[in-house]
Design a protein around this ligand. Structure first.
Ligand code: UT7
Length: 336
């Protein structure tokens, strides 16, 4: 690619709701145990929104944190991309609502894209295109999900997994000519889309025949098949992306994967032959927070001293669609 402008990751932030639901708490809903959940998923607890709190509130805090770290002002942002699988409303979109709440003003585009748990990687690819072509200069990406609002809390096979959370990134045209995206690839296979579905309640015009099946707006998941897909397709894809970019896994400092299941994280780790200190996992405390899981793990990893900035990391995501993607990025000092 020639004349593509380089991208700088300028700031990253996150926010999780305060309310904690432990595995033991879930025993009040159905027959389960901390031992069953922890051994199969690595999850001990998750955060959930409560009362009037939604993905907008936590997304706003994550966005403010990312903007502050980036050194930009809200007015410098010239495009906003929301990456939400479970926003509180279809429209106005998460991005438009946050544009208003951040006081960014009406002259910049704001839209959501839906790639479920791969949303952040997809949004980063779109932002890369915009910045690369010089269409927009400084872009805010917000991945925020209130999964708890679309979880079927009677289904013990899925409701154990998900949690709520938000992550945000400010990316901008790099002034020093250094591109923070070393490689980035995204993919999808709609033919296996039925593995994770959320079907809205719907109706036909009352003057015509009604549909036989009407969704209830809750997540329906074939956990076993998603697991098989995740441990076969994703590790190989990550490895291929690294190879195609003429890089070596051992030269990259960290793996920051989507936090869906500790065993899936370990499958990717094994494929890359990484030691535990290179792999960032916080699924134990947050469960699967969809597209927000990578930025939450990244910033928390820095806060806890597990990640030293001035390094490189593989980010990889996968989820409903089915969608998946992987990026190798440079993590500059001061971004979070
Ligand atoms: O972003 C992508 C998001 N999705 C994923 O990453 C999901 C990937 N899949 C998984 O993580 C696993 O499939 C789960 C952890 C969701 C489920 O584990 P599994 O080993 O596939 O369990 P299963 O659904 O096959 O159920 C095995 C047994 C069943 O009992 P029987 O029929 O063998 O008697 C279930 O009824 O475990 C039972 N079971 C439970 N038992 C206690 C299912 N959920 C629970 C539970 N507590 N919460």
């Amino acid at each position: 690619m020639t004349n593509i402008r380089p991208l700088k990751i300028a700031g990253i932030g996150y926010c999780v709701p305060k309310t904690v639901i432990t595995n033991d708490d879930l025993k009040k809903l159905y027959d389960t145990s901390d031992e069953w959940i922890y051994t199969r998923t690595g999850i001990k607890e998750r955060r959930v929104v409560s009362g009037n709190e939604t993905a907008i509130d936590i997304g706003l805090t994550a966005a403010k944190n990312a903007i502050e770290k980036s050194g930009f002002k809200p007015d410098d942002i010239d495009c906003i991309i929301g990456a939400a699988s479970a926003p509180p409303q279809l429209y106005p979109t998460l991005a438009c609502t946050l544009q208003d709440k951040l006081g960014i003003g009406g002259n910049v585009p704001a839209f959501d894209l839906t790639a479920a748990c791969t949303g952040l990687i997809y949004a980063l690819q779109v932002a890369r295109g915009f910045i690369g072509l010089g269409i927009y200069k400084t872009i805010l990406i917000v991945a925020s999900d209130n999964n708890s609002k679309i979880t079927d809390w009677t289904d013990r096979g899925t409701s154990i997994l998900f949690g709520d959370g938000a992550g945000a990134m400010v990316v901008t045209e790099s002034e020093d000519g250094v591109d923070d995206i070393l490689t980035l690839n995204i993919s999808a296979d709609g033919s296996i889309g039925q593995l994770i579905q959320t079907n809205f309640p719907s109706q036909c015009c009352p003057l015509v025949e009604q549909a036989q099946e009407v969704g209830n707006g809750k997540i329906i998941m074939n956990g076993k098949e998603v697991y098989k897909f995740a441990v076969t397709t994703v590790p190989k894809y990550v490895e291929d992306c690294i190879e195609k970019a003429d890089m070596k896994a051992e030269d990259i400092d960290y793996l920051i994967p989507h936090q869906a299941n500790q065993r899936i994280i370990e499958a990717i780790q094994k494929r890359l032959n990484y030691s535990d200190d290179k792999v960032i996992s916080n699924i134990k405390y947050y469960g699967n927070t969809s597209a927000a899981s990578i930025p939450i793990a990244l910033v928390e990893g820095v806060e806890q001293g597990k990640i030293k900035l001035g390094s490189t990391a593989i980010l990889c995501g996968f989820g409903a669609g089915m969608t998946w993607g992987a990026a190798v990025v440079r993590l500059r000092k001061g971004i979070c």
